[in-house]
Design a protein around this ligand. Sequence first.
Ligand code: NAD
Ligand code: TDX
Length: 355
Amino acid sequence: MNFLVTGGAGFIGSAVCRLLCSKPENHVVNVDKLTYAGNLASLRSIGNNPNYTFVQADIGDAPQIGALLRQHETDVIIHLAAESHVDRSIDGPSAFVDTNIVGTFQLLTAALEYWRGLAGSRKAAFRFHHVSTDEVYGDLPFDSGIFTEDTPYAPSSPYAASKAASDHLVRAWHSTYGLPVVLSNCSNNYGPYQFPEKLIPLGVLNALHGKPIPVYGAGANVRDWLFVEDHARALELVATSGVPGESYNIGGNSERTNLHVVKTICDVLDRMRPKATGSYHDLITFVRDRPGHDRRYAIDAEKIRRELGWRPSETFESGLERTIRWYIENDWWWQPIRGGNYAGERLGLSTEPTP
Ligand code: NAD
Ligand code: TDX
């Protein structure tokens, strides 16, 4: 099968490319603009594979995307390219509108023209898989509720609003033009190769560097955590076996408060890499909260389990341990990022400790 993966140099996209390329019958074209979040080092293990091709391009360049779809006789698009960090979307929403909304629109335009030119079984088998997030559903109370595929959209952050907008465009291209789309909405991913602006890699690397581990507000906000390789398997299933027009919620059934997450990181590091004096827990620092910070996300992943037979293989504890070990053993990957323009400091907002 010929896949075109957008955003394949990012955290989740690179896991998808590594997974798909492990099967010789697949060919993968990775289309990525290489923003600050794109990193070809994450694809080192498949960079020379005969079934892998990298193209540096913007999803907003519809003519170039159209040419790539035709040249590589694409069967399935898996669309992950996006601006993905909530704090950056609060500081500067414009790039989120450009890539997540307008970029997705341009990609849909190219995909529709390409699909209309296909015939017979290739036309029937074509899929456009749009990768989205649980954040489109908005805020849940601490003590009740769970997101199903029918939960109404109520995005809080500019990031979530831009993803919600792109989901609506993708569904409209199905209803109006018949483009065979599938969608998935996943909870928080963690694992190897995640850019160290997100909570878990930031916490691990700040701890290893003896820097404060920032916790927003009281650390009571709850996220559902999924190991990235479990997500990649789910994405392959949705892209290849999902029903056109349908959405699938994907989650790890692992709700944890942020404070629990950072405390667990400190526990694992205290065991794996003990400090000469004291504990990593001493580095936990409460800082000003994120504006519009959703209290809780929780995913009902029953549909993808029932219809596609997917379930996560890692627990939060086993996946976190693997992740921490990977960061300890792979400084070749993160040293250039920490030492370069991005020095592990959080951007903008809540840099001061809570008074
Ligand atoms: P990421 O920020 O690590 O990677 C995004 C990739 O997209 C980068 O390689 C970047 O260079 C590329 N990109 C950005 N703009 C582009 C453009 N205009 N054209 C081409 N490439 C462009 O993101 P991620 O965490 O891997 O997330 C991937 C997708 O999954 C996103 O759509 C995100 O909304 C969604 N998602 C992420 C999570 C999560 O926890 N990280 C959870 C659910 C859904
Ligand atoms: O330094 C921090 N301290 C902290 O307490 C950071 C970076 C985050 N947090 C909190 C905010 C969130 O409640 O931790 C939680 C996780 O934060 P992020 O890692 O920034 O992820 P989140 O905002 O939940 O969004 C992520 O999951 C859903 C991804 O970035 C999105 O792309 C995805 O859609």
